[in-house]
Structure formats: structure tokens, C-alpha cells
Design a protein around this ligand. Structure first.
Ligand code: ADP
Ligand code: MG
Length: 238
């Protein structure tokens, strides 16, 4: 069964139609990349899946339930953005535990959960530091930790690594792959970087001007691009 389904979704901003009849199913536990050049509609599609943007036509389904009219915080989804705003006055530990505190969980449970996440993301040595005293990659991991704390069933990423330098990007890529394996959650990952999509994703959805150009495994797209747009974008000879 598909964990996330986008059914015949179109999107207009005023008179401007930016998504055209998108039909897409993402499997349980799948790492799916939405790949395409800037302006093709990746972020808009992701924002419609998590409910930060309404759909003009069509519907969104998560775990078999129509969530088109459901508020973002009730869709069981966590979203990690490229600009990861951490609370500057709080420590790493407080940043990660904050939403649990807001949810009024008992102190020992907050402590236990925070430790578990710190271990998973290898943040244990930095728990008492403030964001200003962390590297870009460490900050990004705290941001991921903050969304992890609520045990989401679906993870959405919008170009989470694009603000990092090349070396950190490679490192974070490996950590995301490890995280996906360990958590076994469904992940939808927006990027304009074909290398990132090719190395991380089980399946890639190539978007071109608000339409799906091709869906396939990295190898399928590489060896059998459906059209010249995909071929040029993936960089394969075909
Ligand atoms: P991507 O993430 O692939 O770069 P976006 O989803 O951000 O693309 O944008 C797709 C198209 O929708 C672009 O033409 C963009 O200008 C337009 N767009 C996005 N958000 C809005 C908005 N809030 N109002 C009007 N147009 C928008
Ligand atoms: Mg975008």
C-alpha cells in the first residue's frame, strides 16, 4: 500500500497554474526524491503534502486517510527546511526537547527521549551547547532531532543540505541514509541536486514545469531516460 498518495493534484496561485494533475504514490518506508530545476514546483508539492499549502484540485492521502482538509500538525508529518531556525538562547538539549515540554510530557520522559535522539544523531557531546557554538552540520542535525522527537511517520525534507559546504553535504548525506535505514520511515526529499537524489533515493520523481516528467529508480532514470529533459538533467548519455 502507498503510504502517501497525491491524487490528481493541481495548484494555481491566482491565475498562474504551477502544478498540473500530479498523480503519485509513495510506498511505506520509501525514500523518494523530488528532483528538478529551480521553479519546477518541488517545494509547492511538498508543502501541499504537509498541508502548509492548499490544493486547488485533487486530494492528498496519508496512511489510507484523506488528509486534504486536515491541519499540518495533525497529518503525522515532520518537515525539515533548508533554513533551520533553532532557538538561539536554548541549549541543544532544550532545542530537541522543546516540543515535548510544550506537550507537557513528564520530565523523565523528555530526558529519555532527548537522550535517545542525541544518540541516534550523534549529538551526545554537544547537548549543553548553544546553536552559535555548533558547526553547520551539527545545527542541521539538531533541526532534524527536533522534528524526530515527535516520532513522525513521514519525513519531508526541502533541500535540507543546500546551505552546507560540499564536505559537510557529503557527510550529512551519509547520515541521512543511515537515519532512513535505522528509522524505517517514509521520506520525501526535495532537491535540485541530481547526485544527492541518485545516492539517497529508492525512487526519483523528476519534475519539469509543474508536471511529472519521469518516475523511476536512479538506475532506470540513468539508463532509460524517458525524454531529453530527464537525460540532460540526470546527465546520462541517452
Ligand atoms: P521549486 O521549489 O521547485 O524551486 P516552487 O514550488 O517554489 O519551485 O515554485 C513553483 C512555481 O510556483 C514558481 O513559478 C514560483 O514562482 C511559484 N510560486 C511558489 N510559491 C508561490 C506563491 N506563494 N505565490 C505565487 N507563486 C508562487
Ligand atoms: Mg523550492
Amino acid at each position: 500500500m502507498h503510504h502517501v498518495e497525491v491524487r490528481n493534484v493541481s495548484k494555481k496561485f491566482g491565475d498562474l497554474q504551477v502544478m498540473h494533475d500530479i498523480d503519485l504514490g509513495i510506498g511505506d518506508g520509501e525514500f523518494c526524491a523530488l528532483l528538478g530545476p529551480s521553479g519546477c514546483g518541488k517545494s509547492t508539492l511538498l508543502r501541499m503534502i504537509c498541508g502548509l499549502e492548499t490544493v486547488t484540485e485533487g486530494s492528498i492521502h496519508i496512511a489510507g486517510k484523506d488528509v486534504t482538509a486536515v491541519a499540518p500538525d495533525r497529518r503525522g508529518i515532520a518537515m525539515v527546511f533548508q533554513s533551520y531556525a533553532l532557538y538561539p538562547h536554548m541549549t541543544v538539549k532544550q532545542n530537541i526537547g522543546f516540543s515535548l515540554k510544550v506537550a507537557r510530557l513528564p520530565r523523565d520522559q523528555i530526558e529519555g527521549k532527548t537522550q535517545e535522539i542525541a544518540r541516534l544523531l550523534q549529538l551526545e557531546p554537544y547537548l549543553d551547547r548553544k546553536p552559535a557554538d555548533l558547526s553547520g552540520g551539527q545545527r542541521q542535525r539538531v533541526a532534524i532531532g527536533r522534528s524526530l522527537v515527535r516520532s513522525p511517520e513521514v519525513f519531508l525534507f526541502d533541500e535540507p543540505l543546500s546551505n552546507l559546504d560540499a564536505k559537510l553535504r557529503v557527510q550529512m548525506r551519509l547520515e541521512l541514509a543511515r537515519l532512513h535505514k535505522e528509522l524505517d520511515t517514509t521520506m520525501i526529499y526535495v532537491t535540485h541536486d541530481q547526485v544527492e537524489a541518485m545516492t539517497l533515493a529508492d525512487r526519483i520523481v523528476v519534475l519539469d514545469a509543474g508536471r511529472i516528467s519521469q518516475v523511476g529508480t536512479p538506475l532506470e532514470l540513468y539508463h532509460e531516460p524517458a525524454n531529453t529533459f530527464v537525460a540532460a538533467f540526470i546527465g546520462s548519455p541517452g
